[in-house]
Design a protein around this ligand. Structure first.
Ligand SMILES: Cc1ncc(COP(=O)(O)O)c(C=O)c1O
Length: 430
């Protein structure tokens, strides 16, 4: 394989996501040949630890033997079938298993094939749910600094100007409410007052409140208080505002529990899941909602939720999702991750001595710190390039460096990451 022609052909025929393609000349593309465990390998067989789980999707390592086996088995049985009017064994088994892991009130699964689509479904369903009761509520409520994806609806309720501002003329109505500045009761009170006053000013107009529970990932790995969230949820419920939990990034163990809602001890009206759902293998997402909401749509055809995607409930994706749940159950992943998380967080403390590093933080299997340097748009690309030289695949969010590894990372590999990060930060500070 000629790497140079691979890269030049890529640049001639492909437009990459979330990328200024002109940057690719100063910060060249990285061709990856294969993956195994926590490692991705280039065409010269150099290996790199995947510190970002390939955009937060991989849970049990690349080319996982068990998921490979289950996917190959499924290939010889059924690759795909339309999911309107037809069903298959894997998806029924998966839905039953998923619902059994969730609290009462999360009873029905509606499938799609990526995170943003799951958000669109929750937005449409919540709006439609109110409409079916004779109420037109067309404003959504979300948290400042939130991120929910990049389709028009998802972008509308997000609060990252970089992605959103260009499209402001074509977005749907959304109001953002304050995030508590810290964990103090005063900060929580201020944020709750803000939420209540928005609700009062827009009485009977707010359709749903959508949040990334406990940690805002794309917004810079910002951890916030559980108390705030449970208070906010009970206020919304009081005013008949639907609550949507976007656990697309944090579900399946990332937040420390299987689902972040367990720590919040509240039951949302909609739960959106994707990313880790297939262990990082194939696109899949699901919106789980209550029988109460489902029942509202049940009846004449005019009440139907007429939303679909061609690859909804794809059997290959579902085989990976079932295999992923098998591993959680067989290997006691959530308990093991607690020990692993403590170890990783303690190792991260070694970076404290570097004056460029501040606010080292951790939530479950998410680790992050801030860089005390002037913001520069290309800093993330520079760090990514330095990372490759040290054997790491990293991709900071502006000045926030984060580590979200596959759960199969071992202590030696963690030690390697800390040494490599130290070298990168020294070079950056020179
Ligand atoms: C919290 C959250 N919601 C939604 C999305 C969108 O998911 P997708 O990229 O699959 O559309 C993301 C993606 O990073 C996310 O982090």
């Amino acid at each position: 394989m000629n790497i140079n022609s691979l890269i030049s052909d890529d640049l001639e025929f492909i437009w990459h996501p979330c990328t200024q393609m002109k940057d690719m000349y100063d910060f060249p593309l990285m061709p990856i040949k294969r993956g195994k465990g926590v490692y991705l390998y280039d065409f010269n067989d150099n290996k790199y630890i995947d510190c970002i789980s390939s955009w937060w999707v991989n849970l049990f390592g690349h080319s996982n033997d068990y998921i490979n086996l289950k996917l190959k088995e499924q290939l010889d049985i059924l690759e795909h079938v339309i999911f309107a009017g037809y069903t298959h064994e894997g998806i029924v088994r998966y839905s039953k298993r998923l619902i059994s892991k969730l609290p009462d009130g999360l009873d029905k699964c509606f499938y799609a094939d990526n995170g943003s689509s799951a958000i669109e479904i929750a937005l449409k369903m919540s709006f439609h749910y109110h409409l079916l009761q004779g109420n037109k509520r067309n404003i959504f409520l979300s948290l400042e600094n939130s991120y929910h994806g990049e389709t028009i609806g998802a972008l509308s309720i997000g609060d990252i100007g970089l992605y959103k501002n260009t499209y402001s003329d074509i977005l749907i109505s959304n109001i953002t409410t304050k995030l508590p500045q810290d964990f103090s009761s005063t900060a929580i009170e201020i944020a709750i007052c803000n939420l209540e006053s928005i609700i009062m000013e827009n009485e009977n107009k707010i359709c749903a409140f959508i949040v990334e529970p406990l940690i805002q990932c794309a917004g810079g790995m910002r951890i916030y208080s559980r108390e705030f969230l449970s208070k906010a949820v009970s206020i919304c419920k009081k005013y008949n505002i639907c609550v949507i939990f976007d656990e697309i990034a944090v579900g399946f163990g990332r937040s420390g529990n299987m689902f972040a809602l367990e720590e919040c001890r509240v039951v949302p009206d909609f739960l959106c899941l994707s990313k880790g759902i297939t262990g990082g293998y194939l696109p899949l997402s699901v919106v789980v909602t209550s029988n109460t909401i489902y029942d509202m749509f049940y009846g004449d055809y005019s009440r139907s939720f007429l939303h679909s995607h061609s690859y909804t409930g794809n059997p290959l994706s579902i085989a990976c999702a079932n295999a992923t749940l098998d591993i959680f159950e067989l290997e006691n992943t959530i308990e093991n991750n607690k020990i692993l998380s403590n170890y990783i967080f303690s190792k991260f403390q070694e970076l404290k001595n570097l004056n460029i590093v501040s606010d080292i933080r951790c939530k479950g299997m998410i680790f992050a710190f801030d860089l005390n340097i002037d913001f520069d748009r290309t800093i993330s690309l520079k760090i990514s390039q330095l990372g490759l030289k040290e054997g790491l695949i990293i991709r900071p969010l502006g000045n926030v460096v984060y580590f979200m590894p596959p759960y199969v990372i071992n202590k030696d590999e963690v030690d390697f990451v800390i040494k490599a990060l130290t070298n990168i930060l020294y070079k950056l500070n020179m």
